[in-house]
Design a protein around this ligand. Structure first.
Ligand SMILES: Cc1ncc(COP(=O)(O)O)c(C=O)c1O
Length: 393
């Protein structure tokens, strides 16, 4: 391990040198099946030819000009994302946290427009919205916040999936709600059906902005282009990052209606945000996702994997629940299971554990049925073996 890097990560002792679709190849030439996709980023798999070609061509022409000038690829990407999502305007940035920062700033401007001086935003327990000071304050995980107090004020927390808890809020300083359609870091938690539609109704009644964090769920992951599209619930603001660039850093905050008009020249910005290179990558990503109808593919493979995982694991002692939406899948165990990540690595399989007890699978969306079946089988075996050995010890 390196002495020269800050100690905020605890990386596994493997270094990858090349990728091919759902495979990563290490420095010794060993092949690993990737069921994490760089945490829901490389949805087209590694080294997708369309993205590589777009990046190489664009890097040879123009990488950066700044937002002092019109950026034609940014305009094209903005138009396309609005068509896909029903939003009207986009602000581009470089990461998920930055996209959520933009959303939080929109909520503040919305508050000013309504004459609210100390605005508050409703957020959920167990949510994850990023690591900047504002987004970690919004995040519902004390571990993420520990040591960084004082946190930013202005967030009201409710249990996730609990519509009556939101309805019961009686606070005229509330101006918005920020919520994930499925909680990713929180443990692949899927809210009850009608949750987002209910939030939409409450936001309409009270004049709050409905802001949906689609950073992990967006871009076809859950079987729709965006997670909110599983319900009749068009948000006012959505945030994107992760799979948007297939690994090229890019984030976006999209808005419609009055929320889309809040930023004025000078009110927000980013030096790198929406540069020609990142936008070219994202245009290539949306092309491939559209051509291959990857939202439908994710939906059907997701059903298949869920059924398979349930066949392998349903009656196994120690397995609490197997759940998923599209290719965002979680296996909740009755005990901490982070050790499974290392076991899987030894078996040349990349998986993730979140919320300590939930095996999270986020395979590339381009996998075929055979690869999906292989992941389900291998994960099923590993979990069974882990639970048996753990119970014996
Ligand atoms: C739902 C959600 N929001 C925000 C973020 C933060 O994104 P980033 O790490 O790009 O800042 C993440 C990252 O995992 C996420 O899953």
């Amino acid at each position: 391990m390196s002495d020269n890097l800050m100690k905020n990560y605890a990386p596994l002792d493997v270094g990858f040198h090349r990728g091919e679709g759902p495979w990563l190849i290490d420095e010794q030439g060993e092949r690993y099946l990737d069921a994490v996709s760089g945490i829901a980023v490389c949805s087209l798999g590694h080294a997708h030819p369309a993205v590589t070609e777009a990046l190489c061509e664009q890097a040879g022409m123009l990488i950066h000009t700044s937002n002092l000038y019109r950026i034609p690829h940014q305009q094209s990407l903005g138009k396309r994302l609005c068509e896909l999502s029903g939003m009207q305007r986009v602000f581009f940035c470089n990461s998920g946290a930055e996209a959520n920062e933009a959303a939080i700033k929109l909520a503040r401007l919305h508050a000013r427009a309504r004459g609210v001086q100390r605005p508050r935003i409703v957020v959920a327990d167990d949510s994850f919205h990023g690591r900047t000071l504002a987004t970690l304050s919004a995040t519902g995980n004390p571990k993420v916040q520990a040591g960084f107090e004082p946190l930013m004020e202005g967030f009201v927390r409710v249990p996730y999936g609990d519509l009556p808890a939101i309805e019961a809020l009686d606070d005229s300083d509330i101006v918005a709600i920020l919520v994930e359609p499925v909680q990713g870091e929180g443990g692949v938690r899927i809210p009850p059906s009608g949750y987002l539609a209910g939030i939409r109704r409450i936001c309409d009644q009270r004049g709050w902005l409905m802001m949906v964090d689609e950073i992990q769920t967006g871009m076809c992951r859950t079987g729709q282009w965006f997670g909110f599209q599983h319900e009749q619930a068009l948000p006012d603001v959505i945030t994107l990052a992760k799979a948007l660039g297939n690994g090229m850093p890019i984030g976006a905050c999209l808005a419609r209606g009055q929320a889309a008009e809040l930023f004025q020249p000078g009110s927000h910005g980013s030096t790198f945000g929406g540069n020609p290179l990142a936008c070219r990558a994202a245009l290539a990503v949306t092309d491939v996702m559209t051509e291959r109808k990857l939202h439908q593919h994710a939906a059907s493979l997701g059903h298949r994997m869920l059924a398979d995982l349930r066949t392998h694991l349903d009656d196994v002692d120690g397995v609490c629940e197997i759940r998923g939406q599209g290719l965002m899948l979680g296996i909740e165990l009755d005990r901490p299971c982070t050790a499974l990540v290392g076991r899987a690595l030894e078996n040349r399989l990349l998986i993730n554990v979140t919320a300590e007890r939930v095996v999270r699978l986020l395979p590339p969306l381009i996998i075929d049925e055979q690869t999906a079946d292989e992941i389900s089988r291998r994960v099923g075996e590993l979990v069974k073996q882990f639970l048996t050995e753990d119970s014996d010890s």
